[in-house]
Design a protein around this ligand. Structure first.
Ligand code: SF4
Ligand code: SF4
Length: 56
């Protein structure tokens, strides 16, 4: 189980700095979570201003 970022993402970057394992990276239109790296801590979801991050 990993967290995923929906298309609601505005690419603000707030979540990226919260991830303890650097699983979040910037793509052209949104941030993306590497499912193999994510430890499902939820830290990113807690700071997303548009609630674009949820558990898979
Ligand atoms: S749930 Fe935790 S480990 Fe997974 S991407 Fe978010 S901050 Fe990183
Ligand atoms: S905090 Fe939310 S809106 Fe901002 S980059 Fe992360 S997923 Fe996208």
């Amino acid at each position: 189980m990993a967290y995923i970022i929906s298309d609601d993402c505005t690419n603000c970057g707030a979540c990226e700095g919260e991830c303890p394992v650097e699983a979040i990276s910037e793509q052209a239109d949104k941030r993306v979570i590497d499912a193999d790296t994510c430890i499902s801590c939820g830290a990113c979801a807690a700071v997303c201003p548009v609630e674009a991050i949820s558990e898979e």
